[in-house]
Design a protein around this ligand. Structure first.
Ligand code: GAL
Length: 388
């Protein structure tokens, strides 16, 4: 079985776009191993759009661009596998990929067989240039069947940008993850809005089929293919990675792993955050509503109430994660109310917590947490019940 927990890996699109090659993929495979990503759980290395020639070959087959991939794709796959990683590729449900390359509409079974023959373990399946008279669900179930028919176990990463509410049907057509939104950009507003748009849908994400809110941009700092808008700060990235892992979604890194700075490498390899993301029960977080301030004046409430998000997530082995996210542009306090998480003071229970970023322990927390959370930043704790 694949994708029992959210898939983790790296994808070429966010940083490199069309500038991909055999050499780059090999270097990235080396970086995934040498810099600790593989051992932290990032196992899929995925080539996105723009890898093929502009035309199919004489037998109708997809042909890797000989300038970018002079040794063919099987050689790349073999190298990726030799480093203990899994190999992913990209096609599209329409008649051309977004970059204008041949794609799989009407060629699903041949293309799936070809991917399998190269040793592909993961297929991202995009939605550009989809014929207006065709049916989206049929296109995705057809590729899902084609992958099954290929005889190889291939993770199906459906990417139709949230069209036709994929959270309601992608699981039943056999996909392992589905893009639920448009493309991420490397700025805080973009990923804040992506996360918010899915708050009601995470309840339908779980084992074997996950809501995919797009590849991460951690570490890009305004460079690369999706660098638009205000350049991210370290706290923006802490919140991006904190949100993605707290919500238990696929963690597909998009930065250049060959030269991520220490902050971003440590952040994306944070053991507690990966443990939360990969929790085997795959439960969505529960939002703690504290409502609007009650006392008329709102002067003391510096964060707009809909930007101060607080959650608890039930994890396996009686652990819990608590996440406080300040999605506003102002510093302030965020309240987590234990009573609203099922622990009123009369229960006689609180929690022993550890801050996942600082390692700081907080024993016997009860009633409220009201930490200061800087603009665009977050606090995440992992912990256990404590009899007080
Ligand atoms: C978009 C997709 C991106 C990337 C791009 C390639 O449709 O959402 O993640 O794959 O196409 O052209």
């Amino acid at each position: 079985m694949i994708a029992m927990t959210p898939p983790m890996g790296w994808n070429s699109w966010n940083t490199f776009g069309t500038n991909i090659s055999d050499a780059l993929i090999r270097e990235m495979a080396d970086a995934m191993v040498d810099k600790g990503y593989r051992d932290a759980g990032y196992t899929y290395l995925v080539i996105d759009d723009c890898w093929s020639k502009r035309q199919r070959g004489e037998r109708g087959e997809l042909v890797p661009d000989p300038e970018k991939f002079p040794n063919g794709m099987k050689a790349v796959a073999d190298y990726v596998h030799s480093r203990g990683l899994k190999f992913g590729m990209y096609s599209c449900a329409g008649v051309m990929t977004c970059g204008g390359y041949p794609s799989s509409f009407g060629h699903e079974f041949e293309d799936a067989a070809q991917f399998a023959s190269w040793g592909v373990d993961f297929l991202k399946y995009d939605f550009c240039n989809f014929p207006s008279g065709a049916d989206c669900k049929t296109a995705y179930i057809t590729m899902s069947m084609a992958l099954k028919a290929s005889g190889r176990e291939i993770l199906f990463s459906a990417c139709n940008w949230g069209q036709q509410e994929p959270w309601k049907w992608m699981r039943s057509i056999g996909a392992h993850m589905y893009r639920s939104t448009g493309d991420i950009q490397d700025n805080f507003v973009s990923f804040r809005d992506i996360l918010r748009s899915q708050l009601d849908n995470f309840c339908m994400s779980g084992n074997c089929c996950f809501n995919d809110i797009d590849m991460l941009t951690v570490g890009m700092y305004g460079k690369g293919n999706v660098a638009l808008g205000d350049k991210c700060t370290d706290s923006d990235y802490r919140t991006q990675f904190g949100l993605w892992s707290f919500f238990g979604v696929p963690l597909m890194l998009g930065g250049d792993l060959r030269n991520m700075n220490d902050f971003c490498r440590e952040l994306t390899q944070n053991r507690d955050l990966i443990r939360i993301d990969q929790d085997r029960e795959c439960r969505p977080p529960y939002q703690i509503y504290h409502g609007r301030p009650q006392y008329g004046s709102t002067d003391w409430w510096t964060i707009p109430w809909d930007s101060a998000l607080s959650f608890i997530r039930h994890l396996s082995d009686n652990e819990f994660a608590i996440g406080l996210f300040n999605l506003s542009d102002a510093d302030g306090q965020i309240t987590f109310t234990f009573a609203n998480a099922g622990l009123p003071w009369q229960s006689g229970f609180g929690m022993d917590l550890r801050d996942v970023f600082t390692g700081e322990e907080m024993t016997s927390a009860r009633d409220y947490l009201t930490p200061e959370v800087k603009a665009h930043d977050c606090r995440i704790f992992i912990g256990r019940l404590k009899k007080l």
